[in-house]
Design a protein around this ligand. Structure first.
Ligand SMILES: Cc1cc2nc3c(=O)[nH]c(=O)nc-3n(C[C@H](O)[C@H](O)[C@H](O)COP(=O)(O)OP(=O)(O)OC[C@H]3O[C@@H](n4cnc5c(N)ncnc54)[C@H](O)[C@@H]3O)c2cc1C
Length: 435
């Protein structure tokens, strides 16, 4: 008996998913009335989950991908910046699959930039070259999930995973007010920075003290260089993090900041900080005089590094859920897509009996593990500077140009302990001067 009713989910009929561009997504939405068994269930249709689903489906795995969102990729919570294909060897040099995965179609890119400016607390500008694609993130996420459904994966939107049972072989989910039990051989936890699935699996979670809280405005009418991304440091505007202006073209920009609450002033909210940045920062505020806020967003960015174990016998954890983020720049899209692709391959290998899921962890560590680890170590050193604007400025002066670029890109050509010793030495000398 077939209990599956195939029709367009009512929650999508009047929104942008009905757009002609996404017929595959709409036609794949199904209401599940009874138990059905899948090879793999992916929780979360962000960059990580969609990449797992696509790769696994391409290799013949029967995949269901579920997301609690009504529309994939919306609301958008992102600065939307990814390196150009040409820059991947500089940022994730061992990620052999990056070139193929980030060969993006034009319709998911809003703008391209070639330079980054880092503005320190004393407002001195340090500029370097770095090729960036500024995405239309909402389209990018739709493109990724569409590639998964094209490869044969099934997608359910408006479906909230509640609980994992039987070590990943069963998921309880809520869809249209009904609780459904879904069964699979493998579960993928790709449910973002506050992952409940990873916790349920007993695989740990991102430490709350290592979560950057962010707020971002999408602004129009701003007076900026469309080829330049700007990054601002300083305790007054972005304590424990940084502020950014990412140009989307045509005088539009993502203007945001991320802070850590342990660094911030008592009684000053995230909104206060972003308003202060836009209206009072001596350099940035001039760019917003005719600016208008078109939308607001925000979210969490895990910068504490990957969780200790990212697989069990029947499950893997991918993307933000696994803490796979570059800690000094908050970039999580490249690792999510790369680790997702590896995850899909690992699932196919497990189901063919060629490997267990430890292959997933071994492989993502070999492609991006070193850079993610280095990023966390650099971030811990940067944290020392973020507590003291004078120290931050001295460091920016000493580590001019090349090193500033390397810090932002999570890679250092000089030994980490030398950087650490220099920072501690500078801190000590500033203390002596103060006395
Ligand atoms: C303000 C901000 C700016 C950022 N800017 C950048 C940037 O410029 N460049 C960059 O590389 N990275 C950036 N990041 C980080 C980047 O957005 C993430 O690293 C990336 O989205 C990780 O992808 P993911 O698939 O792991 O998680 P997500 O994109 O968070 O996807 C998780 C999905 O899981 C779904 N989900 C969650 N729980 C459930 C559940 N119980 N049941 C069903 N579905 C569920 C969610 O709806 C979501 O669709 C930024 C983050 C923030 C917050």
């Amino acid at each position: 008996m077939n209990y599956n009713l195939h029709f367009v989910d009512r929650c999508n009929t009047n929104n942008r998913l009905s757009d002609q561009r996404f017929p595959l997504i709409a036609s794949k939405v199904i209401i599940q009335l009874s138990e059905k068994h899948y090879d793999a269930i992916v929780v979360g249709a962000g960059p990580a989950g969609s990449s797992v689903a696509r790769k696994a489906a391409e290799q013949g795995v029967n995949v269901l991908i579920i997301d609690r969102k009504r529309e994939i990729g919306y609301p958008m919570q992102c600065g939307e910046l990814v390196p150009t294909v040409e820059e991947f060897p500089n940022i994730l040099p061992r990620a052999k699959r990056a070139e193929k995965l980030f060969n993006l179609p034009k319709w998911v890119i809003s703008n391209t930039c070639s330079r980054v400016a880092v503005i320190g607390p004393s407002k001195k500008i340090h500029e370097f070259n770095f090729g960036q694609n500024i995405l239309d993130r909402s389209r990018f996420d739709k493109w990724l999930v569409m590639n998964a459904t094209k490869a044969g994966a099934e997608l359910w939107t408006c479906c909230n995973a509640i609980k994992v049972e039987s070590d990943g072989r069963e998921v309880l989910a809520k869809k249209e007010g009904k609780i459904i039990r879904l069964k699979a051989n493998v579960l993928v936890a790709a449910d973002g920075p506050s992952s409940n699935m990873a916790k349920n699996l007993g695989l740990g979670s991102n430490d709350p003290k290592d979560l950057i809280v962010t707020m971002e405005y999408f602004m129009g009418g701003v007076d900026i260089d469309a080829d330049l991304t700007e990054v601002y440091f300083g305790k007054e505007y972005a304590p424990g993090g940084y502020a950014w202006i990412i140009p989307k073209g045509e005088g539009m920009a993502n203007v945001g900041l991320g802070i850590r609450t342990s660094f911030s002033e008592r009684g000053v909210s995230l909104k206060d900080y972003i308003e202060r940045f836009i209206s009072k920062h001596p350099i940035a505020s001039k760019k917003f005089q005719k600016g208008v806020i078109l939308s607001r967003t925000g979210g969490l960015v895990p910068v504490g590094g990957p969780i200790e174990k990212t697989y069990s016998e029947n499950a893997i954890v991918v993307g933000d859920a696994a803490g796979q983020v570059m800690a000094t720049n908050g970039g999580g899209i490249p690792p999510a897509v790369i680790c997702g692709d590896i995850g899909g391959e690992a699932i196919a290998q497990k189901l063919r009996g060629e490997n267990d899921l430890s292959f997933y962890e071994k492989e993502w560590k070999s492609e991006v593990g070193k850079e993610l680890d280095t990023g966390v170590k650099i971030r811990k050193i940067v944290d020392i500077a973020l507590r003291n604007d004078k120290l931050a400025e001295r460091i920016l002066e000493i580590f001019e140009g090349k090193i500033v670029r390397e810090v932002i890109l999570c890679r250092l050509s000089m030994p980490l302990n030398l950087v650490y010793k220099t920072v501690m030495g500078l801190r000590q000398s500033l203390k002596v001067l103060k006395r």
